[in-house]
Design a protein around this ligand. Structure first.
Ligand code: E4P
Length: 268
């Protein structure tokens, strides 16, 4: 059993809605931790981690203003959308992501060059961010992962399309693997299932690597990925805006404001 915010959860097996595979998860017991006699040995937070999959400074400023983001992810395509050089944008991203994660993708194809590249970006990003080198899972990428880890650089294995790629990346020492949900869905594969399988194996085999689901085009994909037990996702500004909002929320707030206008007379 574990306790989170005073509530006690127990381990249980659930069936994934999507592929009917069994997942280990935690179920609320209804017991308050105050009444728990069992010694609690494992305290772990399972809140969802959202990262912003954008290099647009305006979008990031808006998001960091209100959204409980864990950090930023970039890749060369995201950078191309901004039409700005990495040398200009990386210091700005690092400033915005201060105290949070920043995942920067390498463009080199040889493992040794990836390491040099990652060292350089680490020096630009500085100490204020939790820096991860994003390494595509090519043959050289797998070779680069342990080399980076030896130098104390954390790694996000990216462009993951299969369960086995994730398993190899984890074996090589990756801290995160980033499976591409929408790109899988678009080639008539099943992104959610791939994420679910990776999550299940990481839990079954007690692999410490985490899953950072990526490449989303709908809020429903993010919703279903979360249901597989994947609690980290990197998401575009547009989708973060969509998933945090609802027209009924806006309508309700509008009605509250109208109804309470003449009644809320306590000064504060
Ligand atoms: C993030 O790490 C990925 O590079 C990104 O989510 C890919 O998304 P896309 O398929 O929308 O380009």
């Amino acid at each position: 059993m574990i306790a989170i915010n005073g509530q006690v959860f127990e381990r249980c097996q659930v069936k994934s809605l999507h592929n009917l595979s069994e997942h280990e998860t935690f179920r609320l017991t209804g017991i308050s931790s105050d009444n728990l006699n069992t010694k609690i040995t494992n305290y772990k937070s399972f809140t969802m981690h959202y990262l912003a999959d954008t290099a647009n400074i305006e979008e990031l400023e808006k998001l960091f203003y209100y959204f409980p983001l864990e950090g930023i992810t970039t890749n060369p395509t995201i950078l191309a959308q901004e039409g700005k050089k990495l040398s200009k944008i990386l210091p700005l991203l690092a400033r915005l992501a201060s105290g949070k994660m920043i995942h920067v993708q390498m463009i080199s194809s040889r493992a040794e060059r990836m390491v040099e590249e990652a060292e350089m970006y680490r020096s630009i990003v500085g100490q204020s961010c939790n820096y991860f080198a994003k390494i595509p899972v090519t043959a050289e990428g797998y070779r680069a992962i342990p080399l980076l880890k030896k130098r104390g650089i954390k790694v996000t294995a990216t462009a993951v399309f299969t369960h086995q790629q994730a398993m190899v990346a984890a074996r090589a020492g990756a801290d995160f693997v980033a499976p591409y949900v929408n790109r899988l869905d678009n080639i008539s594969s099943h992104g959610i299932e791939v994420v679910g399988d990776i999550v299940k194996s990481f839990i079954d085999f007690k692999i410490p690597t985490k899953v950072l689901a990526a490449s989303f085009k709908t809020v429903d994909q993010i919703h279903r990925v979360t249901l597989t037990g994947c609690y980290s996702a990197t998401v575009s500004y547009e989708l973060l805006e969509r998933l945090r909002s609802h027209p009924m929320t806006d309508m309700s707030v509008e009605a509250f404001e109208k109804d309470g206008k003449d009644l809320y007379d306590i000064k504060f």
